[in-house]
Design a protein around this ligand. Structure first.
Ligand code: KIV
Length: 279
């Protein structure tokens, strides 16, 4: 009964779920796609209710949620935990989950097993993997099993120790050429979309014009099919991180700090609770 109720909610016009197919239509119609990260039920619900099209349960959870320096330490079990919390909140958005570092690079069978665990145990709708040519077999095997895959090229944070820095990628002609080839490869092997991170706007435009699947940019300029940001960065909860591409939509750090400090003061001064706040 509850299952039917949920199905009705989802198929109801109010909640009609964003799908990989509707994203392709949005590209065809020139409608921009919005995407944000979320890692838990509370923020997942806020992002979904605001009408964002895709919620990415990014492996940036490693930095944002766990305080690690890189995205490498987050595990498959931890990603499944974050993803299942977000899935419970998301009534309309498509939920995409990052396959964490070390769960898809060594062989395509392991990649498929990791993707299946995410889909089965979290209820998410798609997975995302970083890289092109070097993870081609993994992407093919996952898509052939019927699991939608989103690609990710340009700055790929899981390869930070190979590149040594988080600087703009594909600035040199050779690297730009390789990226443009890999964008086409990603489309050919069945991905439904692709994140382009921190590359020159002109290269991102060329990539976007060369394929039918949507490109979602982060630090890739305006001529892509959609935009993604890390939620905590755009809410102003991570002041140390200030790349040029980041627009802060509020100063949540300050708002939360003031609220918590006020609560602390009220407790100390015996101002909380008052008569109306007790039984
Ligand atoms: O993990 C993440 O948050 C991401 C975005 C930066 C695209 O991959």
């Amino acid at each position: 009964m509850l299952f039917l109720q949920n199905m009705e909610d989802i198929t109801d016009k109010k909640y009609s779920r964003v799908t990989t197919k509707s994203l392709q239509e949005m590209k065809r119609n020139g409608q921009k796609i919005s995407m944000l990260t979320a890692y838990d039920y509370s923020f997942g619900g806020l992002v979904d209710k605001a009408g964002i099209d895709i919620i990415l349960v990014g492996d940036s959870a490693s930095n944002v949620m766990a305080g690690h320096e890189t995205t490498l330490p987050v595990t498959l079990d931890q990603m499944i935990y974050h993803a299942s919390s977000v899935v419970r909140a998301a009534k309309r958005a498509l939920v995409v989950v990052d396959l964490p570092f070390g769960t898809y690079q060594s062989d395509s069978k392991e990649a498929l097993r990791s993707a299946i665990r995410i889909m089965k145990e979290s209820g998410a709708h798609a997975v995302k993997v970083e890289g092109g040519e070097q993870v081609k077999d993994s992407i093919e095997r996952i898509t052939q099993a019927g699991i939608p895959v989103m690609g990710h090229l340009g700055l790929t944070p899981q390869s930070i120790y190979k590149f040594g820095s988080y600087t703009v990628r594909a600035r040199e002609e050779n690297e730009a050429k390789q990226l443009l080839n890999e964008v086409k490869l990603i489309e050919k092997i069945g991905c439904f979309g692709i994140v382009l991170e921190k590359i020159p706007a002109l290269v991102a435009k060329k990539a976007t014009d060369s394929i039918k699947i949507p490109t979602i940019g982060i630090g890739a300029g305006a001529n892509v099919d959609g935009q993604v940001l890390v939620l905590h960065d755009m809410l102003g909860m991570n002041k140390e991180f200030s790349p040029r591409f980041l627009r802060r939509y509020c100063d949540l750090d300050k708002i939360i700090h003031e609220a918590i400090s006020q609560y602390g003061k009220d407790v100390k001064s015996k101002n909380f609770p008052n008569e109306n706040e007790q039984y």
